[in-house]
Write a protein that binds this ligand. Sequence first.
Ligand SMILES: Cc1cc2nc3c(=O)[nH]c(=O)nc-3n(C[C@H](O)[C@H](O)[C@H](O)COP(=O)(O)O)c2cc1C
Length: 173
Amino acid sequence: MYRPLADSGIVRRIVGAAGAAPSIHNTQPWRFQVAGADLLEVRGDPERMLWVADAHGRALHLSCGAALLNIRLAVRATGGKPLVWPLPDPQGEPTLMASVQLTAGRPATLGERELFESIWQRHTSRAPFSGQRCPRCGMGRLGAGGEGRVRLAPPARCDRHRARTAARRGCRP
Ligand SMILES: Cc1cc2nc3c(=O)[nH]c(=O)nc-3n(C[C@H](O)[C@H](O)[C@H](O)COP(=O)(O)O)c2cc1C
């Protein structure tokens, strides 16, 4: 039987990744509960909700969603496959954001491993917006990237990267 959460090292790895997610004003409005040897629950924490700025809890939900993405990545990084039930009991338990069952899976791909490792490099940029327009090709990449798979190059690499991407796709940067 697959019992990954019986291993405290795996639990620490998964919860550590979840807790590194971005959250509204860094409130970290979540709780993670091991509900079985293969079941993890993500709960919103009403005590950390911003009742004025986020009266409907939208940002709290988004923050918990970001944590959930990291959980899924961490499960993949351990070679498991996450089965997610979002909002499994909205009437009975509205703070239960998701139940995640861990099942046996294939080894993580290189892309999944890279994305998992980037969890700790990610941070919110508070630099002012430059006003520079995004190149059309770059926007296409963002759109096509899919959930959680957007990579932003640092400025020094950005121009070279943009030029290469544009050349590959045969369009102007
Ligand atoms: C749903 C959500 C809303 C956010 N809103 C703002 C915002 O309005 N202004 C801002 O400067 N940062 C905002 N952030 C970024 C958080 O402040 C930031 O993620 C948090 O302080 C943790 O910092 P880090 O992302 O560098 O780890 C938001 C993040 C999330 C997930």
